[in-house]
Design a protein around this ligand. Structure first.
Ligand SMILES: NC(=O)c1ccc[n+]([C@@H]2O[C@H](COP(=O)([O-])OP(=O)(O)OC[C@H]3O[C@@H](n4cnc5c(N)ncnc54)[C@H](OP(=O)(O)O)[C@@H]3O)[C@@H](O)[C@H]2O)c1
Length: 336
């Protein structure tokens, strides 16, 4: 497992829950052999690390205890190439400027070594989906990423298993929880600094908050949806995006009086072979299906050729939902 931040810790916390609480959530066949961070150390033991010991040996500032017999001081690539593991769980931070690196290299290396890969990290898929998908196919391994777009809400599983034979024509949605949450607080007159503090406390803000505020996270999610649903190779750099700052140029008080809400709407459409995608700050009124999507809630509306529009809403997900999405992917692998 690479990354022991909000999602990584929550995943291990769920693994550490006594079995009766979630009897079917963590299969007995799963063993954690390694946990790696960027600057907080790493643990590795091919015989397995106990989830509760992983939590206990980690200190908020100091990271993993260097005196632990499982402390690992080698490099990530060495571990990926020589370590004992069947599945890479990649939960490192989003990195837009480096086009999803180094997570892309980590996932590529694991697949090349014949391992499955599960990730919640948008970068590698937003910039390199096709290459990773082809590699996974060539090596006959699974590449799963349910938590990348809607915090673990089954989007790709729904499309893959629930919309067999249908072609998706377009999608629209509110996919960045941070800006949706901040917009609501701004409408209520709360200062941006306080609103951001509150979003951070929920563990939903990206490691670099400008990824949320400048629309990169939403653009990355839009790119992933286009690449998976339309077989495109669009990157976040090609998607026009609104930034959060644009909201301050709007007359929020007047909008509230007029019962209008400002939403960051992600859209993607395929017309013949051409893809149109955007992330746009849009006013919606009470009749719009996205009007009541507030807080950290997210929504995705899908139009397909053979059925009426389908809308999925997740109400105020937390980091537990993201960790659950990762477990859902792990279960798909252990069940396969
Ligand atoms: N938080 C959410 O609700 C949510 C929802 C959906 C998707 N995601 C995605 O899930 C991923 C993890 O999110 P998070 O909130 O857990 O992030 P986070 O709290 O910032 O934690 C990131 C973790 O990755 C490690 N890391 C960063 N760069 C690395 C590198 N080059 N090599 C090895 N480890 C590295 C960090 O190490 P240090 O501890 O040393 O800094 C940290 O442990 C992100 O890609 C995010 O976009 C998050």
């Amino acid at each position: 497992m690479i990354g022991f931040g909000n999602v990584g810790k929550e995943l291990i916390r769920l693994f550490a829950e006594p079995k009766p609480r979630f009897p079917a959530l963590v299969p007995d066949s799963l063993t954690i052999t390694g946990v790696v961070t960027k600057s907080h150390g790493a643990l590795y033991n091919p015989r397995g690390l106990s989830p509760s010991a992983i939590l206990q040996t980690y200190r908020q500032d100091a990271g993993f205890d260097r005196n632990s017999s499982d402390f690992y001081s080698g490099g990530v690539l060495e571990l990926l190439s020589g370590g004992d593991y069947d599945i890479l769980v990649e939960l490192s931070a989003l990195n837009i400027r480096s086009k999803g690196e180094p997570a892309f290299t980590y996932i590529k290396q694991a697949l090349q070594k014949g391992r499955h890969a599960v990730t919640a990290n948008k970068g590698p898929l937003a910039f390199h989906f096709k290459e990773l998908r082809e590699l996974a196919k060539k090596r006959n391994r699974l590449l799963l990423f349910e938590s990348t777009v809607m915090d673990g809400t089954p989007v790709f599983n729904l499309i893959k298993h629930g919309l067999r034979g249908a072609s998706v024509l377009s999608f629209s949605g509110i996919l960045n929880s941070t800006t949706n949450f901040l917009s609501e607080l701004t409408e209520r007159g709360i200062s941006i600094d306080r609103a951001l503090e509150s979003a951070r406390a929920k563990g939903i803000v990206e490691a670099d908050p400008s990824d949320d505020l400048e629309g990169w996270d939403a653009a990355a999610k839009t790119a992933i949806l286009c690449n998976v649903l339309f077989d495109s190779e669009i990157t976040p750099f090609q998607i026009p995006r609104s930034t959060f700052e644009e909201i301050f140029a709007k007359d929020i008080r007047r909008s509230v009086e007029q019962k209008l809400r400002w939403k960051f709407i992600c859209e993607g459409t395929r017309v013949k072979q051409k893809i149109h995608a955007s992330v746009k700050l849009t006013p919606v009124d009470e009749s719009h299906p996205f009007y009541r999507i507030n807080g950290t809630s997210s929504v995705l509306r899908i139009e397909a050729d053979s059925l009426a529009p389908l809308t999925i809403v997740q109400e105020n997900p937390t980091v537990t939902d993201t960790a659950y999405g990762v477990i859902n992917d792990l279960l798909e692998i252990t069940d396969s």
